[in-house]
Design a protein around this ligand. Sequence first.
Ligand SMILES: [Zn+2]
Ligand SMILES: [Zn+2]
Length: 218
Amino acid sequence: MIKTAEELSLFIDHTVRANETAQAKEFLARSASDRQALLLTSEYYTNLPEVSDEALLAIKPLRKRRGLGLFVLETASHHYLAISDSDEARILGEYQVEDLPAELLAHFGFKDNAAFKADCPEAATLSDLRAFTSRGHCPVCGVAEGEIHLLGCPVEICPWCDGQLTRCNCRFEQLGVEEIDEERLEMFEDLLEAKGRIPYSREQSPAYPGTSAGLDQG
Ligand SMILES: [Zn+2]
Ligand SMILES: [Zn+2]
């Protein structure tokens, strides 16, 4: 469950060892403007499996695909593996030790847990979440600036109407149909490619996560 920065600050006062509370709050202040960081921080301070009194010092993205990300949560002496989408975060276990469940292996394209672990670099070599949240990547589908969003990403802008591609009516108008099935979706994708899709740029991002109401409304 996501907490506000104020709530987390209270958690820190109660759970983090005294000599690390200042660092914990400094990290919280830096990450509070990023929803995913706040989700992961909330998860860390409220649901950490072992009782820990260490400050969370860094969040490092490991993998991102279709809005689902694997992250390494770093403390002074531990690294935890966590998973998060834009609504939820969960600590899976110790980084480089914990196995991924089968569905996550499949989602991130790993053959098995040996392949996953072979692809888990030393945490010290991973860059901080700031690299991710510098608007260099789409906050939902994770593509880099200048790349085309994964189809279905709610941040993608429609090249016909400049609206939100997942919400506007252009797909129906362009295809001259009332309903979309998988085959028609592929036809629409072809039309979209021909028209020229609008790649991710950081200007598309500032409204997020403030647009969540817009994403949810039917
Ligand atoms: Zn996107
Ligand atoms: Zn449109």
